[in-house]
Design a protein around this ligand. Structure first.
Ligand SMILES: NC(=O)c1ccc[n+]([C@@H]2O[C@H](COP(=O)([O-])OP(=O)(O)OC[C@H]3O[C@@H](n4cnc5c(N)ncnc54)[C@H](O)[C@@H]3O)[C@@H](O)[C@H]2O)c1
Length: 341
């Protein structure tokens, strides 16, 4: 960002996350979406945006431009990062929300197309300059970073939980299972896919899957490297996810009530990303939440002397909000650099 000029944002992938990013950016005063690349038709992308936006009347389609009162975003029918001329739109940053372009080579293609930075919506496939979760390691962000990941919704929820608890307790190890809404890369009916279980019907089954969070945890929270096993159960729910985490604490005197108190203090410290729910909520109650972790105080249990189980809720809208936070973080680093030179 230059002075008070809005951040010029490009989005690739106008799916659920891309549309949420667009909607949140449209409601802001500091981010302007200048271009959107997707394989979908412009009128259908507009229709999908309107069907789920909180204020659908704000979004108009004018030829190949998606418009609000304060921004015009060019819709580009493009299916690879290498084809997208980001330089034409003078973007400050591109968020790749396709979920499929996660490799260094893909990110380099965005940069070669004129994007000064690329931020991916999920965990990377191979190498990356930085994985940033704003409340946890924004201090690690470097103005020279070009390829950045904002982790994934699940990884963010897990890291926030571990970060807050580890400020008060010694966590020896743990295991996280996310009971996860099905995703659009799963099949409606049994259909040969990338592996056996992912080939089974999503709305008909509980489908066990692996999760990458464990592999990347050490990059975000170094003291947890190799200490937490992570997995997914994709269930027949369209939206809303539940993080079920069991932790082994060093101190056998810690109670479930102590854990809840620490999480309540954490929510006060990170009010933007974390909240504690005291009510007996279910998954549909978290739809529309912009928190990255809604800690469920009723879900905390203790077994034996060292074993604590917790529950936490999240959905993708919170992650869309965090992606914009990361874009703002790098814009502020650019401003500081500019001011210093
Ligand atoms: N939603 C979740 O909870 C969740 C969880 C884990 C992983 N993911 C994965 O993250 C990714 C993004 O999530 P989402 O919910 O926004 O997914 P989504 O399927 O709603 O959105 C993906 C968008 O990218 C577009 N796209 C696909 N291929 C493209 C290409 N080659 N070029 C340009 N655009 C392309 C699609 O048209 C779609 O609009 C997906 O791959 C999803 O499977 C999602």
């Amino acid at each position: 960002m230059n002075g008070t000029r809005p951040i010029r944002l490009g989005i690739m992938g106008f799916g659920q996350t891309g549309r949420q990013i667009y909607e949140l950016a449209s409601a802001s005063s500091d981010i302007e979406v200048v271009a959107v690349a997707d394989v979908g038709r412009a009128d259908i992308l507009h229709y999908l945006l309107q069907s789920e936006a909180k204020n659908p009347e704000l979004f108009r389609l004018d030829g190949n431009f998606l418009c609000t009162d304060r921004q015009r975003s060019r819709l580009m029918s493009i299916d690879t990062p290498a084809e997208m001329p980001w330089d034409v739109f003078e973007v400050d940053i591109v968020i790749d929300a396709t979920g499929i372009y996660r490799s260094e080579a893909d990110m380099q293609s965005h940069l070669a197309g004129g994007a000064p930075r690329v931020l991916i919506r999920t965990l990377p496939e191979d190498t990356i300059d930085r994985v940033i979760i704003p409340e946890i390691n924004s201090g690690a962000a470097d103005v020279r970073d070009r390829m950045i990941s904002a982790a994934s919704p699940t990884t963010t929820a897990l890291c926030l939980l571990l970060h807050i608890l580890s400020e008060q307790f010694v966590v020896e190890c743990g295991s996280m299972t996310t009971v996860h809404a099905y995703t659009s890369d799963q099949a409606l009916q049994d259909y040969a896919g990338s592996d056996y279980r992912r080939s089974r019907s999503a709305p008909k089954n509980i489908i066990p899957n692996g999760h990458d969070a464990g592999r990347w945890l050490g990059h975000i929270l170094p003291s947890f490297a190799g200490k937490v096993h992570t997995s997914t159960l994709n269930v027949p729910v369209q939206e809303g996810c539940l993080l079920d985490t069991t932790l082994v604490l060093d101190d056998d005197t810690v109670t479930a009530a102590d854990v809840n108190e620490v999480m309540r203090a954490g929510a006060k410290k990170y009010p933007h990303s974390v909240a504690v729910v005291e009510d007996p909520i279910v998954s549909s109650d978290v739809l529309g939440s912009e928190y990255s972790l809604l800690f469920d105080a009723k879900g905390t249990l203790k077994a034996g002397e060292h074993f604590i189980k917790t529950l936490g809720w999240y959905e993708t809208r919170g992650h869309a909000a965090r992606l914009l936070d990361v874009a703002r973080l790098y814009a502020s680093l650019d401003q500081q650099k500019e001011a210093a030179s």
